[in-house]
Design a protein around this ligand. Structure first.
Ligand code: SF4
Length: 63
């Protein structure tokens, strides 16, 4: 799926990916879910121990 298609599906709410990052370009418009079919979550530090040490790697800030 390319980026244009992802942006076109912002009304889609993936009920398997709850998300509150409303300033992400892939956040569902008007709902608390991601609009992508799937996401990648990965550590942002070599040995994560807290939530803050993991990231959604699909995040893209709204312009
Ligand atoms: S791509 Fe990640 S940060 Fe963006 S709406 Fe989806 S789950 Fe949230």
């Amino acid at each position: 799926m390319n980026e244009k298609t992802l942006n076109a599906n912002k009304l889609f709410a993936n009920k398997s990916i709850e998300c509150s990052v409303e300033n992400c370009a892939y956040h569902c418009t008007g709902d608390k879910y991601c609009a992508l079919d799937k996401i990648t979550v990965a550590p942002n530090t070599p040995n994560p121990k807290e939530v803050a040490q993991t990231d959604c790697y699909n995040f893209r800030a709204v312009n």
